[in-house]
Design a protein around this ligand. Structure first.
Ligand SMILES: [Zn+2]
Length: 243
C-alpha cells in the first residue's frame, strides 16, 4: 500500500497540474476583456451620437424651412412699402419689417450655431472611430497572442494527460476508482497528508489507532469526516527514524 500511495500522490500532482492548466486555458486575459468592453462602449457611443446628429439635422432643416417662410413675408412687406398711402401706415409696416428682420437674424444665428455643434459632434465621432479602429487592431493582436498561449498550454496539457494515463495504469483499480470519485467532489484534493495527527483536508484530529493504521499502511485509510485518503508524508515515514 505504501508504494501505491506514493504513486497516487504523484498522480495527484499531475491531476492538480492538469487542473491548473485547464483553468489557465479557460482564463481570458484582462487586456482582452478590457479592450472588448472599451470597443463595445465606443460603438454604442458612436451610435448614440449618430442618432443625435440625425435629430439635430432634422431640427435644422425645419428651422431653415421656417426661415425661408420668414424671408418670403419680409419681401412681401418690403414691396408693400411702395403702396402705403400714409405715414402712419408706413411706420406700422416699418415696425413689422424691423421685428421680422430681427427674428430673421436670430434664426440665422441659431441655425449657424446648430451647424457648428453638429460639426463638432461629427469630428468627435470621427476621432472616436479612429480610436476604435486602433483598439480593434490591438484586440486582434492580443487575441492572436492569446491563441498562441492557449495552444502552448494545450500541448502541455496533452503531455500531462498522457503522463496521467501512464501513472494511472500502475494504481490498483479499486484505489484509483475511489481516488477519482473523491477528486471530483473535493476540488482537486483526494489524497491528503496527516500532519500533527490531523487530516490536512479537513483538519480533524485523528485517533491514535487510525494514525497507527496509516503508519502500517496495510490498507487504504480514509478520513471519516471528509472521506479523503490519508497518508503520512515521507519525512514522518522514514527519514526521521533513520536519522
Ligand atoms: Zn479529513
Amino acid at each position: 500500500m505504501r508504494q501505491q500511495i506514493k504513486l497516487l500522490t504523484q498522480l495527484q500532482e499531475i491531476d492538480r497540474h492538469i487542473q491548473r492548466l485547464e483553468k489557465e486555458i479557460d482564463t481570458v486575459p484582462e487586456e482582452i476583456i478590457t479592450l472588448r468592453e472599451s470597443i463595445k462602449q465606443g460603438e454604442n457611443s458612436c451610435e448614440e451620437i449618430g442618432e443625435k446628429l440625425e435629430d439635430m439635422d432634422k431640427d435644422r432643416r425645419h428651422k431653415e424651412r421656417e426661415l425661408s417662410v420668414k424671408e418670403a413675408s419680409l419681401s412681401k412687406y418690403q414691396s408693400q412699402l411702395y403702396e402705403v398711402k400714409t405715414n402712419k401706415e408706413y411706420s406700422a409696416l416699418m415696425l413689422e419689417i424691423d421685428s421680422l428682420k430681427q427674428e430673421h437674424s436670430e434664426w440665422e444665428n441659431e441655425i449657424l450655431a446648430m451647424m457648428e455643434r453638429a460639426e463638432e459632434l461629427r469630428k468627435m465621432v470621427g476621432r472616436r472611430k479612429e480610436e476604435l479602429e486602433k483598439e480593434r487592431e490591438k484586440l486582434a493582436e492580443e487575441e492572436k497572442k492569446n491563441q498562441e498561449r492557449v495552444s502552448i498550454l494545450k500541448e502541455e496539457l496533452r503531455k500531462r494527460q498522457e503522463e496521467r494515463e501512464e501513472g494511472a495504469k500502475k494504481i490498483e483499480a479499486k484505489l484509483l476508482a475511489y481516488y477519482e470519485k473523491i477528486l471530483k467532489g473535493k476540488s482537486g484534493l483526494a489524497l491528503v497528508p496527516v500532519n500533527a495527527e490531523a487530516c490536512q483536508g479537513c483538519f480533524t484530529k485523528l485517533p491514535p489507532q487510525v494514525i497507527n493504521e496509516i503508519m502500517q499502511a496495510r490498507r487504504m485509510i480514509i478520513c471519516e469526516r471528509c472521506s479523503r485518503i490519508l497518508y503520512l508524508p515521507d519525512t514522518e515515514e522514514g527519514t526521521d527514524s533513520a536519522g
